[in-house]
Design a protein around this ligand. Structure first.
Ligand SMILES: [Zn+2]
Ligand SMILES: [Zn+2]
Ligand SMILES: [Zn+2]
Length: 255
């Protein structure tokens, strides 16, 4: 399975306009991040945030077979405006897979877009281009239905969970026992003391513990926000913990 990271930022791109923190001032190209999205086997796009049009142009991707959506937060769907089939030839006949709740939001925001609607159900696998895709519901922010995807091709298994606070049930931890886990890396540590603020993301340090407990063979943190160290420092910190990596825009993975 080929995985290309087209974007790796959290809800807001990095650098953040007007911010003078270390990562926002970094001159390293790997610290310049657009909204999180990946392309699987050159054909299946996961999420379509506000930057998607320029991400597709940047990586010269003029053909995709389908789009699958994790949830309806703006950083994962607002780029669909640019992918309206009436205006974008690449999108002719391209199905968009989302949960019923995600589609309820899309129908409201893009009422006349002419998208090809496909609805998946939690824990019900579906097939796309010889990949078996299982949507796994996860805890994220309040009032938003979010899934991660457990994707199988032959013996290779990928987990893609860019917005993740926890599993709905203990037994779902098995979905992290994969060849490659791409996981929420919004912050290094929880930005608020537990219980004082609502925050829909696991921290990188918690993610390392959970991925280790669940025996993920390799974990790549994405959805990276500016409450993390710059790329080189973060990569160094992760390298010391084992098979842990920081994603960057343009990263290629193969499992
Ligand atoms: Zn997000
Ligand atoms: Zn910043
Ligand atoms: Zn979200």
């Amino acid at each position: 399975m080929k995985i290309k990271v087209l974007g790796s930022s959290s809800g807001w791109a990095i650098p953040r306009l007007g911010c003078s923190c270390r990562i926002c001032c970094s001159t390293n190209e790997k610290d310049k991040r657009l909204r999180s999205t990946v392309l699987i086997n050159d054909s299946i796009l996961i999420d379509a945030g506000p930057d998607i049009y320029h991400q597709l142009l940047r990586f010269k991707i003029s053909k995709i077979n389908s789009i699958i959506l994790t949830h309806s937060h703006p950083d994962h769907i607002f780029g669909l405006h640019d992918l309206t089939p009436k205006k974008c030839k690449t999108m002719k006949k391209v199905p968009i897979y989302g949960s019923e709740k995600t589609w309820a939001v899309l129908d409201k925001i893009f009422p006349n877009a002419g998208f090809r609607k496909e609805i998946f159900r939690d824990y019900h696998p579906f097939e796309l281009n010889n990949l078996k895709i299982l949507p796994v519901p996860v805890i994220h922010a309040d009032n938003i239905h979010t899934v991660g995807f457990f994707i199988e091709e032959g013996q290779s298994v990928l987990g893609y969970f860019p917005d993740f606070l926890g599993f709905m049930k203990e037994d779902d931890k098995k979905y992290f026992e994969v060849d490659c886990l791409i996981l929420d890396g919004s912050t290094l540590k929880k930005p608020f003391p537990a219980g004082t603020n609502k925050w829909g993301h696991i921290s990188i340090l918690e993610g390392i513990r959970l991925a280790t407990e669940c025996r993920a063979k390799k974990t790549v943190f994405t959805h990276i926000g500016h409450r993390t160290p710059p790329y080189d420092d973060l990569s160094e910190l992760l390298r010391k913990k084992g098979e842990f990596y920081a994603a960057f825009d343009g990263m290629n993975l193969e499992i």
